[in-house]
Every structure is written in structure tokens, then in C-alpha cells.
Design a protein around this ligand. Structure first.
Ligand code: FE2
Length: 376
């Protein structure tokens, strides 16, 4: 009996020490949360969810939580100078501070990650109000970015203690964005491998794909990327680092203007990219464009697809195929004045990859923008 159990235990896969159920929320530190929230409602179709500020007993900051289907974005601004939020905005401009992940036990998540070398950001904490209790903890990742671990199984409020439901008469319609597909981090020279090891060792992720500078290089610039995924694939973080090229890579431009490592883009999934992108464009979201020659080659490269190539071309949507299916994707221009954070809109039709076939056309489009900014 004992022998049998030992044998089967040896064959079993090691248990996932950090089970994750997806992205709980993404928090942005911004210069003006009121206006940022308005933009994400009017341009991207997020819905008003919750508000936190002096009126709810929070004295030094204001936050607006917005939701669209399974995505929650929080926009936070400092009310005074000389604090971590104001300093973050001064140093980095508007950008992502927190990628919060859903866990079943925030305390265990903290213990398991900090004992493996994760740098503590927030010790296990229980926030309570009349809607129940929310369990939180957190560790740092690249740059000043943080992963919070959130267990909201005992909480029924609109978002979290300190927030109240945000009732407003301005409620633009949603745009069909469903959930966070992946979040990409830009890290410094020679820092991709250390951060790959961080996700492997501290968070139990696996490297599922790698791109070297041969894959991702144009005439002028290059980057390298490794995609890290948690056990069930619900949370994926590609990590980019610059590579040597004739001119300055897009990752270097980001690092320079963000003043360090940080989140480069968030990919948001839709079930109908043609409708979503049409809607986003009509609301003023600006997208990168590839040359029209991309579409004359498209059918040869990806074979038969459900979508009308002319419609894809009119909107500038890119297509790539892998062994399991295909994907459609498009990238916004940076959403703030610094050339830092942007968004990807993605629809997967079987493909689990990241659009390697589009890298060249896409990065040439990014370089045209860099050139216009004088940063190439
Ligand atoms: Fe992406």
C-alpha cells in the first residue's frame, strides 16, 4: 500500500503552488483619474462600477473602477504631492501599477511566492465592510509594477471596501471587449532571462514561447521576447527586452519615456473583432496601420478565413495562423502622450500564439511612428 502510494505520488505532476483564475483587475496610476475614466468609458466602452475618494472616507487619493465583461480597470490619482502615487506619475507618466490576479487564498499565495524570493509589496491583508471581507496580498514584479493576489470569494460589494457603487447618467455602450488575454512587460538590456526565472521560480509559470531577434527584427531595430504562462493558461505575460539593431528599438523608446521597466501593452479579447474595432474607431481610438500590400499577401499566407479580407484591410486588422488555428489582432497607438502604454485587440480562432507572422509588418508600422516622434 505504502509503496503504491509513493509510486503514484512520484508520477503525479507537482501541485501548482500558485493557482490563478485570471486577472482580477488592472490599476493605472494617472494624473487625472476623472478624465482617464471618462476616456475609457467613452472610447473603449467600459462601464462605471465603483468610486473611492474623500466621500467614501479615503483622504489622499481618488479611484474610479470600470468594468467591461470580465475586465476591471481602476484609475487612481493622488490628491496631494509627496506620496507613492504622485511620485509614480511624476516618474513614469500615466501607466499601469498593479496587475491583480485572482487566487483562492491570498495568504498562501503570499507565503509561497515570498519564500521563493518574491519581494513583498503588501503583507496578507483583510479589508472589511458591510459587504464582507476581501483578502489581499502582493509582491513586486519588473520595474515598480506589482502583482496583487485577490481572493474575493467572501465579498459581495461593488468592487472592494473603500469603494461605493458609481451611479451616473453617462453610460456609453460596451464595445464587446471580454477579458484580458495577456499583458506584456518591457524590461531592460539583459533583463529578460532574470524575469523569466522570476516567473518560473517565484510564481510557478512556464515559458511557452520564445522569439529571438531573428524573429523580431526589421531593417532598423530588434527585440527579444519570451511568453510566460501560469499552469492553466489563464494568465500570460510575454516579457520583451531590446536587442541590438541599426537604430533604437521600440522597447528602448519605451524604457526611456517610462523611465524604467513596465507594462507595454494589454491585449483585450473580443468575440467579433470587426464589430469591436469599427466601434472603437468611431469613438476615436487610434490604431497602427500596416501598408495595403499586407492584404494582397494575406490569403497566401494564412489560407481560408471566415472574415472578409477587404473589411479587415479597411480596418487594418492583422491575421496570423499557427498549427491550432488563426488569430486576428490590431494594436492601438500609445494611449497617452508619452510613447509608452498601448492596447491590443485580439480575437482567437483556435490559435494560442501571439501573431509572429505579423511582427515584421507591425514593427515597421511602430518604427514609422517612432520616426515621426524623432525617436528612431
Ligand atoms: Fe500582444
Amino acid at each position: 500500500m505504502t509503496t503504491l502510494m509513493t509510486a503514484s505520488a512520484r508520477q503525479a505532476k507537482p501541485a501548482d503552488f500558485l493557482p490563478l483564475f485570471g486577472t482580477d483587475f488592472i490599476e493605472f496610476y494617472v494624473g487625472n483619474a476623472k478624465q482617464a475614466a471618462h476616456y475609457y468609458k467613452s472610447a473603449f466602452g467600459f462601464q462605471s462600477l465603483a468610486y473611492s475618494g474623500p466621500e467614501t472616507g479615503v483622504k489622499n487619493k481618488v479611484s474610479y473602477a470600470l468594468r467591461q465583461n470580465k475586465m476591471t480597470f481602476v484609475f487612481t490619482t493622488a490628491l496631494r504631492t509627496g506620496n507613492a502615487i504622485a511620485d509614480h506619475v511624476y516618474l513614469h507618466g500615466d501607466g499601469i501599477k498593479i496587475i491583480a490576479l485572482m487566487v483562492e487564498d491570498a495568504e498562501t499565495a503570499w507565503k509561497e511566492t515570498t519564500k521563493r524570493g518574491g519581494k513583498p509589496y503588501m503583507e496578507p491583508t483583510v479589508l472589511k465592510d458591510e459587504f464582507g471581507e476581501l483578502h489581499l496580498s502582493g509582491i513586486y514584479t519588473f520595474g515598480e509594477t506589482v502583482h496583487l493576489f485577490v481572493d474575493r470569494t467572501k465579498y459581495n460589494g461593488p468592487f472592494m471596501p473603500g469603494y461605493r457603487a458609481w451611479e451616473t447618467t453617462y453610460n456609453p455602450s460596451a464595445t464587446g471587449l471580454q477579458f484580458v488575454d495577456h499583458c506584456v512587460g518591457n524590461v531592460g538590456w539583459n533583463q529578460m532571462e532574470p524575469w523569466v526565472r522570476f516567473y518560473e521560480e517565484v510564481m510557478g509559470f512556464k515559458n511557452i514561447l520564445s522569439f529571438d531577434d531573428e524573429d523580431i527584427s526589421t531593417e532598423y531595430s530588434a527585440l527579444m521576447s519570451k511568453v510566460m504562462s501560469n499552469g492553466n493558461g489563464y494568465v500570460k505575460f510575454p516579457i520583451n527586452e531590446p536587442a541590438e539593431g541599426k537604430k533604437k528599438s521600440q522597447v528602448e523608446e519605451y524604457l526611456e519615456f517610462f523611465n524604467g521597466e513596465g507594462v507595454q501593452h494589454v491585449a483585450m479579447a473580443t468575440n467579433n473583432i470587426l464589430e469591436t474595432v469599427t466601434d472603437l474607431k468611431n469613438r476615436g481610438v487610434e490604431f497602427l496601420r500596416v501598408p495595403s500590400s499586407y492584404y494582397t499577401e494575406l490569403r497566401k499566407r494564412v489560407g481560408t478565413i471566415d472574415e472578409d479580407v477587404t473589411s479587415l484591410g479597411e480596418l487594418g486588422i492583422l491575421v496570423d495562423r499557427d498549427e491550432e488555428g488563426y488569430l486576428l489582432q490590431i494594436f492601438t497607438k500609445p494611449v497617452e502622450d508619452r510613447p509608452t502604454l498601448f492596447f491590443e485587440i485580439i480575437q482567437r480562432k483556435g490559435a494560442k500564439s501571439f501573431g509572429k507572422g505579423n511582427f515584421k509588418a507591425l514593427f515597421e508600422a511602430i518604427e514609422r511612428e517612432q520616426e515621426a516622434r524623432g525617436n528612431l
